[in-house]
Design a protein around this ligand. Structure first.
Ligand code: LLP
Length: 440
């Protein structure tokens, strides 16, 4: 059974408990409140309402710096994967740290351009279904690299680039047939997946690309999946990529970039005290196959940057017991955070104010009319009352971005904390926001 860990090391440097003593000389805090950096979360819940996503700028900066440090021995660009969390406030923060971006749609590219127009030349465009209109936007914006995923797409890009008279730098995203050992929905590097091109076929695509007047062969790209904790899978994939780079160079292709994709997993179970160790092992796995190739490395991390930087604050609406089975009905639901319902994902849940030492085994569920609307099942949690606040941890990646309006619920407001400052970066969606697009 999981127990609440001792304070304050919950998710340093982002989230931790700080004691509130009841009176002078009290030996022990009577209550402990959860903070994001220097800001008590209960204040944010009162100010902005719940459910509420809260992110820590310090954590995002720390993670970006850790990547930069681990890969310092090779020329590289960190292209933060926008799909993990695409709120403009987050993109602006990431751009301010000097990173580039990995986008998979024209919409994501427009977000990047809005957040930081200067970052366009550090953008890589991935995805199996880019439309000609999206390619046009990317070409006009002057992005760094297109990751091509099929011959058909290559022809469309070639025609679009020629029409606009704007050359496109291309990499072929290869499918290395490596198992990522992760959830089947987020594994992408096996032959049965829709992603990438098998390596033998990729060689043909490079020959084809080289013949297109407005395509410039520039790199090889790979991405084998997400939430990968076994770094051996990355090494295996990169070994195959390195072999391909050598072959392509022999054939006269000018390969300057290797895009190693994203996918590094985080710990959803506990404080990631071993993050430094993990990022070092990841860097070794990625770098050892490509060392000596004189390449510029591109990386597309998403979750590892923002995952532990976010919590979802939710209030307990009701307590309920059905034949001894206990439920906490909270005001957040699967439309706000779908990971538990969709992937059976585990997210730690903690009370925002810790007063009671008593625990209970309970389900934590939302108000939506689906049995799948849950955040935790049979979870041992400290006893909380109706009206209390809970924080669902590690939701900075693939949380808000996967939100929907199911049950005509508005998308959740988002706050970015930086030290003692807390700014609203997205306001709560109202019903009139939702109805505005409908025609009646
Ligand atoms: N690059 C490409 C081409 C990708 O498809 C992805 C993620 C990334 C980079 C970033 O991967 P990361 O570093 O975040 O693992 N919704 C799922 C995750 C889907 C990931 C999709 N692709 C979840 O909640 O676990």
């Amino acid at each position: 059974m999981r127990r609440p860990r001792p304070s304050p090391a919950l998710r340093p440097p982002a989230f931790g408990y700080h004691g509130a003593t009841s009176g002078k000389g009290a030996a022990k805090p009577s209550r402990e409140d959860l903070y994001c950096e220097a800001v008590p979360l209960k204040i944010l819940a009162t100010r902005h309402g719940t459910p509420l996503y809260v992110y820590s700028a310090a954590m995002i900066r720390a993670r970006l710096n850790a990547f930069a440090h681990a890969f310092r021995s090779i020329p590289h660009t960190l292209c933060y994967s926008v799909k993990a969390n695409s709120t403009l406030g987050i993109l602006r923060l990431v751009a301010g740290e000097g990173a580039g971006f990995d986008v998979v749609s024209g919409g994501e590219l427009q977000r990047v351009l809005r957040a930081s127009p200067k970052a366009a030349d550090k953008v890589v465009f991935s995805g199996v279904g880019k439309t000609a209109a999206e390619m046009e936007l990317a070409l006009r914006s002057g992005i760094l690299l297109f990751n091509i995923e099929s011959a058909s797409e290559l022809y469309v890009l070639s025609a679009t680039a020629r029409r606009l008279k704007k050359p496109a730098a291309v990499a072929v995203r290869v499918n290395p047939d490596v198992s990522a050992k992760t959830h089947p929905y987020i594994s992408t590097g096996l032959h049965q997946h829709k992603f990438g091109v098998p390596i033998p076929e990729a060689r043909t695509l490079y020959a084809l690309a080289a013949k297109q007047p407005y395509l410039k062969v520039a790199g090889v790209s790979v991405h084998i999946g997400s939430q990968i904790t076994d770094v051996g899978s990355f090494q295996e994939a990169l070994e195959r990529v390195a072999d391909l780079v050598r072959v392509l160079r022999k054939q006269g292709h000018d390969i300057r970039y290797v895009d190693a994709g994203g996918g590094l997993g985080i710990s959803y179970e506990a404080t990631q005290e071993n993050f430094e160790k993990q990022i070092t092992a990841y860097a070794r796995a990625v770098l050892s196959p490509v060392r000596g190739l004189n390449l510029h490395l591109l990386l597309e991390p998403g979750r590892a940057i923002v995952g532990p930087a976010g919590v979802l604050l939710t209030r307990v609406l009701y307590r309920k017991t059905n034949n001894h089975k206990r439920f906490l009905i909270v005001d957040a639901a699967m439309n706000d955070l779908v990971r538990p319902s969709l992937y059976g994902a585990y997210h730690e849940i903690v009370p925002v104010s810790r007063a009671s030492r008593e625990t209970e085994v309970t389900d934590v569920v939302g108000p939506i009319c689906e049995t799948g609307d849950f955040f935790a099942r049979d979870r041992k949690l400290p006893l909380v009352s109706e009206g209390d606040l809970l924080a669902i941890l590690d939701v900075g990646a693939y949380g808000a971005v996967l939100g929907s309006n199911y049950n005509t619920r508005g998308r959740v407001a988002e706050v970015l904390v930086d030290g003692a400052k807390a700014g609203l970066i997205r306001r709560r969606e109202s019903v009139s926001d939702q109805l505005r697009l409908e025609i009646s």
